[in-house]
Design a protein around this ligand. Structure first.
Ligand code: BDR
Ligand code: CA
Length: 311
């Protein structure tokens, strides 16, 4: 069983990632850490708790994380996710409460307590909490098995500015720290997520799973689709964050390369841009498995099969 922590800013697609992990017996979810991103950290923390109640998993602890990025001013994305982060289908106010202590403290404690190379972090929001944890205890870099993150882009480039993907843009300094940390990285960029359209037919499959989770997910994707499909002119928008857990479960559905990956923190027009040495033109050390291709139907079949197991 693979032990993971999910660092997240739910967000509909973040919540789907948590649900996919909870539905998968190959994975033990040690805890969830929250961060400001799609919406405020109060809201993302509430949404993580709501997601656990939806899945009837009150045993998983939630740690509230950073309110704002390390250096950058902070940007949110209520225009994509709605004011609640769960527009399309908001869930009841949670009775669960966050665990005490901060997200960064939980990350440090957990990574230092477990044997080296036995805990993976799935990072699906701005990377602020990991940046803070690395500052608090640099030795975690030698303890964490791998960070599987959704962020960046090579050819599909920007979704928040012309040059940058949202998670890297919001906290480029934290993203750069993670890239320079020496921790093994798997990166799911927009190049992958834009191949996974939430088409009408796929949304209908979620709605027909026969459980509450399926209906909620269908409502969430219908809401996001309205915005994203208009923006991209496709049948359905991209599907981002669940690819992190899907890669852990079924890496054969993805193809990529080991590359040198850097994040721009200075550029006036290019803040948060991912700078990817796809063609191996530098001598920089290869620090990331950067995925570019995905079997979209395979990922959706995995999601249908797993989410159907939940309440
Ligand atoms: C990322 O930004 C957020 O809106 C999504 O949840 C995802 O993590 C995509 O750029
Ligand atoms: Ca996210």
């Amino acid at each position: 069983v693979k032990k993971i922590i999910i660092d997240t800013d739910p967000g509909q697609d973040d919540a789907m990632t948590i649900l996919l992990a909870l539905a998968s017996p190959e994975i033990a979810l040690l805890g969830i850490t929250t961060v400001a991103g799609n919406v405020s950290v109060d809201c993302t923390t509430r949404n993580a708790l709501k997601t656990l109640e939806l899945a009837q998993r009150p045993d998983v602890p939630v740690y509230r994380g950073a309110e704002r990025p390390l250096v950058a001013p902070g940007v949110m994305a209520a225009h994509v996710h709605g004011a609640t982060g769960f527009d399309g289908h908001d869930l009841p106010t949670p009775r669960l409460t966050p665990a005490s202590g901060s997200a960064a403290e939980f990350l440090v404690r957990t990574l230092m307590e477990h044997d080296p190379g036995t805990v993976t972090v799935c990072a699906i929001g701005p990377l602020t909490n990991l940046g803070l944890a690395l500052r608090l205890e640099p030795a975690i870099a030698d303890r964490v098995e791998r960070i599987v993150l959704m962020g960046g882009a090579f050819a599909e480039v920007g979704n928040i500015t012309c040059a940058a993907e949202f998670n890297f843009f919001v906290d480029p300094h934290a993203a750069a720290m993670v890239c320079q940390s020496g921790i093994p990285l798997t990166v799911i960029p927009l190049d992958v997520t834009h191949q996974l359209h939430t088409t009408r037919a796929r949304v209908a499959r979620f709605a027909a799973l026969g459980n509450r989770v399926g209906r909620v997910v269908a409502d969430w994707l219908t809401f996001e689709k309205t915005f994203e499909a208009e923006k991209y002119g496709t049948d359905g928008g991209p599907l981002h964050d669940p690819n992190t857990v899907a890669w852990l479960l079924a890496p054969h559905l993805y193809r990529g390369r080991e590359v040198a990956l850097q994040v721009e923190t200075q550029g006036a027009l290019t803040q948060g841009a991912s700078v990817v040495d796809w063609w191996g033109i530098t001598d920089l050390p290869r620090n990331a498995l950067f995925l570019r291709q995905v079997d979209g139907d395979g990922v959706y079949e995995l999601l249908f099969e797993r989410l159907a197991r939940l309440p």
